[in-house]
Design a protein around this ligand. Structure first.
Ligand code: URA
Length: 424
C-alpha cells in the first residue's frame, strides 16, 4: 500500500476501498504512516467527504486499532448515550445512574472539555477523589456493583482516534461529518454496547449550527451504528442557549445532583428523562413507572452515590467554590429573547472553566450560575446570571464576550423547543 496513492484517490473524489482504509489506519496507528500523510488524507476527506460504506469502514478500522470490550464481561443489557457536545450539557451525569437504576448497564466512556464545550470527565473530577482512570478490573467491578461507570478513554480504546483527533484539532479538519462519525462511533462501538442514543446538538453552542447540518450528522451516526449491528437512535436538541442554569464544572455537578434529587431546571430534567426513555426503548429494558419514578424514589441518586464511591469519590465532601460571585445585571426590564450558548461558553472559558488547548489546566470552581432562560421575564437591575470567579480572568475580554450574549424583548417570547427531531 502506497499512502500517497490513497491520498491522491480521495483528493480526486474517488471512493476508497475497505482494504485501503484499513491499511491506512493500521499504518497510522503503528507509526509507519506519518502525521503529514494522515493530515493530507483528513483534509481530502474534509473536502470530498465519504459515502456511508467508507464511513462505516473508517469507523471499524479505528475501532479495531485498539481493543474492543468483550460484552460478555458486562452484565445485562448495555446501553449508552453520547452527546456531540454543548454548553452546560451535564446530562450524562444524572442520566447514567438513572438508566442503571432502571435495570440497564451503562458503560460510559466520556471525554474532556475542549474549546467552549465542557467535558463530563472534568465535571466529575470536581468531586473530591473521583478517579476517571479506573483499571479494567475496577471498571467491570463498578459496572457489576452499580450498573454504571463513567471513565475516560483508555490507551487501549480506539488509539487511532486519540491520535487522529489531536491531529484534526491542529489541522482544521474537525468539522467533517465522516471524521466526526468515525471518531465518535469507533469509541462507542468499542464499549461492547447493545444500543446507543445520540444527542446531536444544534445551535450556536454546537458543532452543527443549523438543523440541516445536524440532521446530516444524526443520519450518518445512526446509519453507521446500524450498519455495525447496533440499535441506534438520535435526538436533535437545541443548543442555542445553555442547558440548565449553570455552566462550569462544580456548578454543573451541583445541578446534576439537583436533578437526581428530583428538582433542578425544567429543561435539564426533561432532556434527562427523554434520553433515559429512549435508552430504555432501544435497550428493550422494561421499566414499570418509567425513569421519573427512579428520580422520585431516590434510587437514581443512590446509584450515583454508589458509583462515585466505586470511583474513589466522596460525595459528602464540599464541592469547590469560587472566591467571588458577581451578578451581571440587566440594563432594562422585559423578556429574555436571547441567551447565546456560544457567548456564554466563551465567557466560561475565559473564567478558567475550560481549556483553549488540551494541555491547559482548568479551575473546577469557576463558571456561571442562575442563568436566565429564553422567554423568562427580567426586571432592570436583576441579574442575567452570576459569574463565579477566582480572579484569573481578563475582565475586559469577559465583559466584551458577555455583552452580546443576552437580548431583551419588550413583548413576551415563546420558549424555544428543546427536542427538535428524532432520527431512527
Ligand atoms: N467528539 C468526538 O469524539 N470526536 C469528534 O470528532 C467530535 C466530537
Amino acid at each position: 500500500m502506497i499512502p500517497q496513492w490513497i491520498i491522491e484517490k480521495k483528493r480526486d473524489g474517488i471512493e476508497l476501498g475497505t482494504k485501503e482504509i484499513r491499511a491506512f489506519i493500521a499504518g497510522y496507528t503503528d507509526g509507519s504512516i506519518p502525521d503529514y500523510q494522515m493530515s493530507a488524507l483528513a483534509m481530502a476527506i474534509y473536502f470530498n467527504g465519504m459515502n456511508a460504506r467508507e464511513t462505516a469502514d473508517l469507523t471499524v478500522a479505528m475501532m479495531e486499532s485498539g481493543s474492543v470490550i468483550n460484552p460478555a464481561r458486562i452484565p445485562g443489557v448495555k446501553v449508552d448515550k453520547h452527546s456531540t457536545g454543548g454548553i452546560g450539557d451535564k446530562i450524562s451525569i444524572p442520566l447514567a445512574p438513572l438508566v442503571a437504576s432502571c435495570g440497564a448497564t451503562v458503560p460510559m466512556i466520556s471525554g474532556r472539555g475542549l474549546g467552549i464545550t465542557g467535558g463530563t470527565l472534568d465535571k466529575l473530577e470536581s468531586i473530591t477523589g473521583y478517579r476517571v482512570g479506573l483499571s479494567e478490573t475496577e471498571f467491570f467491578q463498578t459496572l457489576q456493583t452499580c450498573g454504571c461507570s463513567m471513565i475516560g478513554q483508555t490507551a487501549e480504546i480506539a488509539p487511532a482516534d486519540k491520535k487522529l483527533y489531536a491531529l484534526r484539532d491542529v489541522t482544521a479538519t474537525v468539522p467533517s461529518i465522516p471524521l466526526i462519525v468515525s471518531s465518535i462511533m469507533s469509541k462507542k462501538m468499542a464499549e461492547g454496547i447493545d444500543a446507543l442514543v445520540l444527542d446531536v446538538k444544534c445551535g450556536s453552542g454546537a458543532f452543527m449550527g443549523n438543523i440541516k447540518d445536524a440532521r446530516k450528522l444524526a443520519r450518518a451516526l445512526v446509519d453507521t451504528g446500524t450498519a455495525m449491528g447496533k440499535k441506534v437512535v438520535a435526538l436533535i436538541t437545541d443548543m442555542n442557549q445553555p442547558l440548565g442554569r449553570t455552566v462550569g464544572n462544580a456548578l454543573e455537578i451541583q445541578e446534576s445532583l439537583d436533578i437526581l434529587n428530583d428538582t433542578g431546571p425544567a429543561d435539564t430534567r426533561l432532556l434527562t428523562l427523554e434520553l433515559a426513555k429512549h435508552m430504555l426503548i432501544v435497550g428493550r429494558v422494561p421499566s414499570p413507572g418509567g425513569a421519573a419514578a427512579k428520580l422520585q424514589d431516590g434510587s437514581a441518586l443512590s446509584t450515583f452515590r454508589q458509583m462515585v464511591a466505586c470511583h474513589g469519590g466522596d460525595l459528602d465532601a464540599k464541592l469547590p467554590i469560587a472566591k467571588n460571585q458577581a451578578p451581571l445585571p440587566s440594563p432594562k426590564s422585559g423578556y429574555i429573547s436571547k441567551a447565546d450558548a456560544d457567548a456564554i461558553g466563551r465567557a466560561s472559558l475565559l473564567l478558567g472553566a475550560g481549556r483553549a488547548k488540551t494541555t491547559d489546566t482548568i479551575d473546577h470552581a469557576v463558571g456561571i450560575s442562575d442563568l436566565k432562560k429564553i422567554s423568562e421575564p427580567i426586571e432592570a437591575g436583576e441579574p442575567f446570571c452570576i459569574l463565579h470567579t477566582n480572579g484569573h480572568e481578563d475582565e475586559a475580554a469577559l465583559f466584551k464576550t458577555l455583552e452580546p450574549a443576552f437580548e431583551i424583548s419588550n413583548d413576551p417570547v415563546e420558549p424555544p423547543p428543546l427536542i427538535l427531531e428524532i432520527i431512527e
